[in-house]
Design a protein around this ligand. Structure first.
Ligand code: HEC
Ligand code: HEC
Length: 432
């Protein structure tokens, strides 16, 4: 990150704070947290220059951040999850702007493989402006709720949303069905995946749309990150070995100790994916010029209660209905206002700008999100006790050094995944 970018980040943070004070409806939006600052002020934070000694408790917490990669998971609500032909159909559709009636917006417009599956913009732009930052799709299958506010309860529901959203692809079920008329190899892959023809098979347009989203989801679920320098260090320490022997940088060791210790980052950025999958209010203010405050999980819950595409609707393929039953377990709507899902921190160094509204450019600023220096208690019931200490000065540099070790070898540039040849390619050749 260049000094210029870091500077812009600081400036953006200042602008945001000014915006938060001036903006209407922002009474509840405040940076935190003198309260916690006072709690931790008594604890001296000393960073010795020598090798870092980890306590037994710290070692146990570090071990809980792995192992990586986790075992592959299938989504029972999506019968083509893990199906090779569905994955191939999803892969081709993901890069194909024919899905949008205007013909120039595809999933890849915003989720770009050479930008960590995001777009490096503060906020997404499709056919119109969105108020949220594009989420990197890495390891998405490990989550339970999708979108910053958890408006979807499956990866396929989250894949359906951008197709229909007028600000993203502004498509519709009839248009999606017509894509199969134009693209016989897609229709062929669909037949291999579902055993029915998308054009002549007698399904409703909506059913074809949902199955298209499920194919997209089966592809998206394959976007996992590889092992990192941190994973090697974590495995060594979990086995009782020496972290230093793995060549893990000293600054990253100090940052890791802060992360699992005083910083209490691990209270929310927990588990092998560095996300508890839950929603928290960390007091992130609206950005200047934002017209309506982002209600976060509150809007998410409203959407889950009204949409026919949730696990409670007619399109859940899981006969046991287990996940649907679990998805009923949603928190009261009022308490959810202004809460956002804890983002994973894998590959975070290459997926800025940061936060749900892209309000911070630099990772150095983003690591200080939970307890910025502006006073006030966060809104809602986000217990101040759950929030940790803001890393200051060299501690912030150390935390950044630690987060940089969470980037995998192809983090920044994954290139375009190669098409997998299928029997359907002959169909396409026959037509052309
Ligand atoms: C205009 C930019 C844009 C386009 C086009 C777009 N997305 Fe997204 N995507 C986003 C944004 C922004 C979010 C966060 C949405 C939210 O929080 O409401 C997101 C979130 C997601 C998520 C949830 C990720 C998570 O971690 O919960 C999935 C899955 C996803 N997109 C898949 C897709 C697929 C599949 C397509 C193509 C059909 C697509 N997206 C097209 C911008 C875009
Ligand atoms: C109370 C739970 C909680 C704690 C504690 C916490 N975080 Fe977060 N973190 C979040 C949430 C929620 C977001 C997203 C906030 C938003 O966008 O509104 C986030 C966002 C981030 C981001 C930006 C990621 C991105 O992709 O935009 C970074 C980096 C980060 N946290 C690092 C840390 C560090 C370092 C600590 C400890 C000093 C920490 N967090 C402590 C919940 C937490």
């Amino acid at each position: 990150m260049t000094g210029g970018l870091a500077h812009r980040g600081v400036q953006a943070a200042r602008d945001l704070r000014i915006g938060a004070r001036r903006g209407p409806g922002n009474a509840a939006v405040r940076w935190s947290l003198h309260v916690v600052g006072a709690l931790f002020a008594a604890v001296p934070i000393a960073f010795a220059a020598g090798p870092v000694e980890f306590s037994a408790g710290e070692i146990a917490r570090i071990a809980s951040l792995g192992p990586w990669p986790p075992p592959p998971r299938r989504d029972p609500s999506n019968r083509v999850s893990g199906h090779p032909d569905a994955i191939e159909l999803g892969r081709r559709l993901f890069f194909d702007s024919r899905l949008s009636p205007v013909g120039y917006i595809a999933c890849v417009t915003c989720h770009q493989p050479d930008r960590g599956w995001t777009d490096h913009k503060p906020r997404a732009h499709g056919l119109g402006d969105l108020d949220r930052n594009t989420q990197p799709l890495n390891n998405v299958g490990l989550q339970r709720w999708f979108g910053w506010g958890g408006a979807s309860d499956s990866v396929w529901m989250a894949s359906l949303r951008p197709i229909l959203d007028p600000r993203e692809m502004d498509s519709n079920a009839a248009h999606v069905r017509h894509v199969y008329v134009r693209m016989p190899e897609y229709a062929c892959l669909y037949r291999l995946a579902y055993g029915a023809d998308p054009v002549t098979g007698g399904e409703t347009d909506e059913a074809v749309l949902v199955r298209t989203a499920k194919a997209l989801a089966s592809f998206t679920e394959t976007l996992t990150t590889g092992r990192t320098a941190f994973d090697a260090a974590r495995d060594a320490i979990a086995r009782g070995g020496s972290i230093a022997a793995t060549g893990y940088p000293a600054a990253a060791q100090r940052g890791l100790q802060f992360f699992v210790g005083e910083g209490r980052c691990i209270a929310c950025h927990s588990g092998p994916d560095f996300s508890d999958g839950r929603f928290h209010d960390t007091g992130v203010p609206e950005f200047p010029g934002q017209r309506t405050p982002d209600a976060g999980r509150q809007d998410g819950i409203r959407n889950l209660r009204s949409s026919r595409f949730t696990l409670h609707g007619p399109y859940n393929d899981d006969p046991s209905g287990r996940d649907a039953a679990a998805a009923r377990d949603i928190e009261p709507e009022e308490a959810a206002r202004g809460r956002f899902r804890t983002p994973s921190l894998r590959n975070v160094a290459v997926t800025g700008p940061y936060l749900h509204n892209g309000g911070l450019d630099s990772l150095r600023d983003a690591v200080r999100h939970p307890a910025p220096d502006d006073g006030a208690v966060p809104r809602g019931a986000a217990a101040p006790a759950a929030l940790g200490t803001e890393p200051q000065g060299t501690a912030a540099d150390d935390v950044v050094a630690f987060l940089q070790t969470l980037t995998d070898a192809r983090g920044e540039d994954r290139g375009l995944p190669a098409p997998r040849p299928t029997p359907c390619d002959d169909d396409a050749a026959a037509v052309r």
